[in-house]
Design a binder for this molecule. Sequence first.
Ligand code: MBD
Ligand code: FE
Length: 285
Amino acid sequence: MSTAEETATAAASGAAATERFHHDKSPYEAVKDTPKERVDLLAREVLDAIHRTIREHRVTYDEYNALKAWLIQVGQDGEWPLFLDVWVEHVVEDVATAGRRGSKGSIEGPYYVPNAPERGADASLPMRDGEPGTPLLWEGAITSIDGTPLAGTVELWQADADGYYSQFAPGIPEWNLRGTFTTGPDGKFRIRTIQPAPYQIPTDGACGKLIAAAGWHAWRPAHLHVKVTAPGHQELVAQLYFPGDPHNDDDIASAVKPELILAPVVQDDGTARIEYGFELDPQED
Ligand code: MBD
Ligand code: FE
């Protein structure tokens, strides 16, 4: 990639997302005691589903070879995190949170980075001078499902008004529009940021190739990502959306739920004010 023009490319954001995933603790650690029987069952059922599709639709050698080339390209472009989080994670999230009584969650996606700068309970997200976009003022609180306020953290990350995430697109300051807000015993937070724009996943890589070949679209509605924690409570990962977004009903990542749509009120100074809090489920054990 030319540093002179600093173009956002699928391969560059894919490489960053893949590297980020490998920086977390080994994903194998948590499943190291999985019995062979379960691995056998899951692997066999997935393969059976592929075999069934091939037989039912008489998949040809040309199609098989195109698939093989495409799967190789997904890896070369670093787009496995993108592919899996867009087309698979929402079902994993549904299953994982089915028993929750508190706030609804949604998928994390490929662009979370831990340890974003600490901002306190009442502050702005880190942003550039004159960061484009409608100013947002967001007030809320972290509580337990019985209403008890919780001292905890809200990590917030979002795309800018052009749909780009810091750390994954070039030319954006590190930690731009990423922050950690820590609440006191009253659980309350007040965050200033800007309204993100609808977001198109990269179209110039392997995922974009699938989207074009299938006649799909690449859009996600505008969204704010959050990860909320408090001692003794289950971590909540969610995304919040804006009413009237044309892609709330056809998010490519299938990650919108009605409970996650905000109700902003535009004030005289043009700031959109939102109230939205989080109810966390107590830890299970
Ligand atoms: C995103 O910004 C996102 O949130 C998801 C889930 C997938 C791709 C890009
Ligand atoms: Fe996102």
